[in-house]
Write a protein that binds this ligand. Structure first.
Ligand code: F6R
Length: 236
């Protein structure tokens, strides 16, 4: 595990963008596993900046996102599809048909989950998976549990996650209670993993996840077993 600590969100974003950029330059048709939330926003902004300068080309890339709220369609500005389109995809030259986010409005969610895993397998797996980490140690929306869930699945969000994510909604009641999330197999089979954690409030969970016991009570702790993971932490 490579563990990097920096002193500003700007540096974290630039380092993360550097790793993603190197991946895309070395393998232009990379399958990028992407995340939403506050942590990757600066990384996406940096990548957009380099794209606009002509330094990086996403035209052959494929993206698969980690998760989506159940019941929110892509036109809903709280959905993760909307987030990705507006904070990244629309500003770069990735082909829209090469961007995948689970469909939280699928009539048959179990079938959607199976389809999502099959798609990732068909693509040959993920080359580089970008992750944030929740205050309870979740990755994607794999919440603390008695066991690790292997495949893409529907999850009931924990109270702490609903509270944390309510900052993006008018109020807590509006936060969907369920989400579709990639499971641990697709995440752990990614060839490389890059986890970014920003802010003092993430310090404790990062310590537990990467320097404590491996337990499904802290889902991110499983990442200690990954052969090629970089963690970038910013303490401010
Ligand atoms: C989002 C995701 C989540 C977030 C986590 C941290 O797609 O998978 O696991 O990475 O909730 O969110 P932020 O970055 O907003 O603190």
């Amino acid at each position: 595990m490579k563990f990097i600590t920096v002193d500003s969100y700007e540096k974290l974003s630039r380092q993360a963008a550097n790793i993603i950029s190197a991946q895309v330059i070395i393998k232009p048709d990379s399958v990028l596993g992407l995340a939403t939330g506050s942590s990757p926003l600066g990384t996406y902004r940096q990548l957009i900046d380099w794209y606009e300068k002509g330094d990086i080309d996403f035209s052959e890339c494929i993206s698969v996102n980690l998760d989506e709220y159940v019941g929110l369609g892509g036109e809903n500005d709280q959905s993760y599809r909307y987030f990705m389109n507006h904070n990244f995809f629309h500003a770069i030259n990735i082909k829209p048909e090469n961007t995948f986010v689970p469909n939280g409005c699928a009539e048959d969610l179990a079938a959607e989950c199976e389809k999502y895993d099959a798609r990732i397998a068909d693509l040959g797996g993920i080359d580089l998976q970008l992750l944030g980490i929740g205050l309870d140690g979740h990755i994607g929306f794999n919440e603390p549990d008695d066991y690790f869930v292997k495949n893409t699945h529907v999850v009931e969000l924990h109270e702490s996650t609903i509270k944390a994510n309510s900052r993006f909604f008018e109020n807590e009641a509006e936060v969907p209670r369920r989400a579709v999330t990639m499971g641990m197999v697709s995440i752990m089979q990614a060839k490389k993993i890059l986890l970014i954690a920003s802010g003092k409030n993430k310090r404790d969970i990062v310590e537990k996840a990467f320097f404590g016991p491996i337990t499904p009570k802290i889902p991110a702790s499983i990442l200690q077993l990954h052969p090629d993971i970089t963690v970038i932490q910013c303490l401010n």
